[in-house]
Design a protein around this ligand. Structure first.
Ligand SMILES: [Zn+2]
Ligand SMILES: [Zn+2]
Length: 187
């Protein structure tokens, strides 16, 4: 597995686990320390852990579903189904800002869903997460899914919705991270 470390000047270096703990010489003259393997893994874990964050961000930017192809028959369509995906128990930060709630909630679900055990334990115990507390609310995304009018009657059950959602790569990643997510058609 390859990891990326950056010099203070911004130049990225691709390293492997075998380089952990060594140092590199950057063209700018600085020495770049390659962190120990567990730190490299933790850093890489942030990328692995991000499907929920990514979906959240793309939703806010209006970039989903990112395709006009019907998720069933693949014909171009302006038809949209709205699908609710409840991906985890909500986690509230004490200060309670809503974006952090969603992000943390989904991360939490992922960590303890067992998909990526190792890095997760670190992160949840680190100070970053210390002020999180679980509350009994589910966190839900409302995902726009392109489905043409002809196909809409055929995609209403959770199993059918799940299959259709998987045609959108970012939704597929979210569902992989949250295999127990509840899926409901909103309309
Ligand atoms: Zn440099
Ligand atoms: Zn269709």
């Amino acid at each position: 597995m390859k990891y990326e470390v950056r010099c203070e000047c911004g130049k990225p270096f691709s390293v492997t686990g075998a380089d952990a703990g060594t140092s590199l010489k950057c063209g700018c003259g600085r020495t770049v320390e390659v962190p120990p393997l567990h730190q490299l893994r933790t850093a890489a874990g942030q990328n692995v852990l991000s499907p929920a964050l990514r979906v959240e961000t793309l939703l806010l930017e209006g970039k989903l579903p990112g395709t006009r192809k019907c998720a069933v028959c693949t014909r171009e369509t302006d038809g949209r189904s709205r699908v609710a995906v409840e991906c985890a128990r909500g986690i509230l930060k004490d200060d309670g800002s809503s974006r952090d709630q969603i992000a943390a909630g989904c991360l939490f679900g992922l960590l303890f869903g067992g998909a990526v055990g190792l890095f997760g334990a670190n992160r949840i115990m680190s100070g970053e997460s210390a002020n999180l507390k679980a509350v009994g609310q589910d966190v839900a995304f409302t995902l726009p899914l392109p489905v043409c009018e002809g196909c809409q009657p055929t995609v209403t059950k959770p199993t059918e919705l799940r299959t259709a959602l998987r045609h959108i790569p970012d939704y597929a990643a979210l569902l992989d991270a949250h295999p127990d997510a509840k899926i409901v058609l909103l309309g």
